[in-house]
Design a binder for this molecule. Sequence first.
Ligand SMILES: [Zn+2]
Length: 330
Amino acid sequence: MSELIIGVDLGGTNVRTAAVSRDKKILGKDSRPTHAEGGPATVMACMVESIDAVLKAAGATRADVLAAGIGAPGPMNWQTGVVYSPPNLPGWKNVPLADEMKKRLGFPCFVDNDANVACYGEYWLGAGQGAENLCLLTLGTGVGGGIVVFGQLLRGIDGTAAEIGHLKVMRGGRRCGCGATGCLEAYGSVTGMVRTALEGIESGRKTLLTELCGGDLQRIDGKMISEGIERADEFCRWVMHETAVWLGIGISSLINLLNPEKVILCGGMIGAGDVLFEPIRKTAKELSFEVPGNRAQIIPAGLAGDSGVIGAAGCALARYQEAHGSGSKP
Ligand SMILES: [Zn+2]
């Protein structure tokens, strides 16, 4: 049996796990509820169970594993593997996740920021294959970001780099979850898109959304806006278009700053297809320099929901090899 790498995507709702061979073949997958309400010990037990399940599916044992990578929500220290206090993991405070998991599993464990590993996953095995310079934006409740430069994650001196969601796209503007104002995330996330919808409705625009939410505007979510678009609601199309233009503004700065080959978007919102991508591409091209603007392909992720779990494995392999030179087990 060749040596395996385990990837884990630790989310607030689900733990997803995959076993990947060194030649990038996915040998087993597992997904189960995180039980985040149980705190760190429960969540770690859940990850161990998921890893054992995936090994069983791959016909392997823990002895076959070279290393595991865990993509976790930040803030964290990727070098020590300590996770500080992620908003969606209640009870977590300075948890030495890498050490604790190594103790439970008996093989090296590496922890990385979830959006960074998703970016690495697309670089390693997804829509970014063949490119050495790329960016990824995860469009969900927030806007996560990852940047690969010449095949390496761009981390910055403290490991806090690539917070694409907190690029400032205007002076003042909406208050962001991070406390600052005018961040891309406040406009280009699903949450930002819903805010755009609510502001439009409050200003008197007519839309199917008021019917879809049963009169309770607080119930409006991304799915309802997608449904509105499918049912040819002009206002919903406008809301998605606005969201896309904000994203295009942020992406134009990335293009000028980094000259990437690819800018990859993932998250549920990308299901909107051309309604989302066309205005993003148009805006990003208009606002960026000609050469990098023509170069950058703005495309959907290739691994669907698996970017994180596969990227966590890819990152773990890269970090293991960096630490051990040859990459063979000591
Ligand atoms: Zn922010």
